[in-house]
Design a protein around this ligand. Structure first.
Ligand SMILES: [Zn+2]
Length: 179
């Protein structure tokens, strides 16, 4: 007897029995199934790393497709997301290897929030803050979300200085004083 205790492809019991052996197996619960798939993905990636074969690439993809379905997505959604990301951020065709990013002057200014501005900001209602953060104008993307922002005081209010969540470009949002 050889123990496996692992998720296998649907036709494996049939193949074992054709070989004249008896396969003992059960069907996993949805929760255990997803866990087993996540583990399987790592296993298949390791196998691919070991032999780099087309066969192992296919196994990785099959497990990924199963994970996609198990987590409630259609394969078409996965494919659409892949294409969306490729259009927005490119693929890996150009063989680019990023070395480092130099801090720009705006980055350094942008990292400093001053106390007075922070006090004004924290006095705003949370839902208001959320609306402001998610309604920032980017000259490339239109309405966007500001990320990695610093809060800077201004004579008529405060300014959020940060980055566009979509394109990483510099964006800012002025918030006028309430009184
Ligand atoms: Zn943008």
């Amino acid at each position: 007897m050889k123990k496996y205790n692992k998720l296998v492809r649907d036709r494996i019991p049939e193949i074992i029995e054709k070989d004249g052996h008896k396969a003992i197996y059960h069907t996993l619960s949805e929760k255990d199934y997803i866990q087993a798939l996540d583990k399987k993905l790592l296993e298949e990636v390791k196998e691919y790393q070991a032999d780099k074969s087309l066969e192992e690439m296919a196994d990785v993809l099959e497990v990924l497709y199963a994970i996609c379905n198990a987590r409630g997505y259609a394969i078409e959604e996965l494919e659409a997301k892949r294409i969306q990301k490729k259009v927005e951020r490119g693929g890996f065709d150009k063989k680019l290897f990023l070395e480092y990013v130099e801090d720009s002057a705006t980055d350094m200014v942008g990292n400093v929030s001053d106390i007075k501005a922070l006090k004004k900001w924290s006095a705003l209602p949370d839902d208001w803050k959320e609306t402001l953060i998610n309604n920032v104008f980017c000259r490339h993307c239109g309405v966007t979300t500001i990320v990695n922002y610093a809060i800077v005081d201004d004579k008529n209010g405060i300014v959020l200085q940060g980055k566009c969540a979509k394109c990483d470009g510099a964006v800012a949002r002025f918030v006028e004083d309430m009184n």
